[in-house]
Design a protein around this ligand. Sequence first.
Ligand SMILES: O=C(O)c1cc(C(=O)O)c2c(n1)C(=O)C(=O)c1cc(C(=O)O)[nH]c1-2
Length: 251
Amino acid sequence: MTATKAEFEARLRQIGAERYHDKHPFHAMLHSGGCTPDQVRAWVINRFAYQSAIPRKDAAFMSRVDDPALRRAWRSRIEDHDGTAENEGGIERWLRLADAVGLDRDYVAVKTGILPATTFAVEAYVRFVRDKSLLEAVAASLTELFAPKIHADRIKGLLAHYEFADDTSLSYFRKRLDEAPKDVAFGLGWVLDHADTAEKQDAAAQALIFKTDVLWAQLDALYSAYVTPARIPPGAWQPGTHLRVPEARAS
Ligand SMILES: O=C(O)c1cc(C(=O)O)c2c(n1)C(=O)C(=O)c1cc(C(=O)O)[nH]c1-2
């Protein structure tokens, strides 16, 4: 049976309550000051894979949309990350965080040290958005419903526990607090309007679950590689390497 919009929204929110990556032990370590400088750097390097894929997945989405109104509503997502003449964009802000933790930003930007499982997870998201229905693609973006809380927790936790944290290094997260609500309000409304059968509601819910898996898998990869007993895969970033200056410190 088709759920009402309110019931269906509650189902989507429940998926976040159970599966969003704010529950992952790596985030608990990061936000409570439990990460070493190199674990913070590993997170910054690997998370860049996700950041840099977001505008590609949004471009993949827009390439499939016929409705100019939907493209108009969506295109600010690309500008939010890639920037405009006036706004530097999220990718540049993330690289400022890389600078602040002492990494060579050029090394981060080329993504050679990314963990294999992170690449698989991130690229699976790009392909999902390219290949699945538009409804599933928009529903997958709805993890952003849960992101403002994790961004606020992160700003608070990093400021309290790490010397590198200040307004400049954390500007990525502060800016997302302004940007994400408009995306989420639009995306949620669109999914609630378009998931008008039980089958479509199930597909949208599964898409959101898929996306929570994309996020969770990235943190599992990080934990396995860089938290004791560390198992760093061949070719992935080695602690102590690719620093901006030899004495750079992340804490
Ligand atoms: O720090 C986070 O935990 C987090 C999570 C997510 C998310 O839930 O997918 C996004 C972001 N940050 C983010 O900064 C961002 O720009 C973003 C875009 C999207 C998306 O799926 O389109 N998710 C997220």
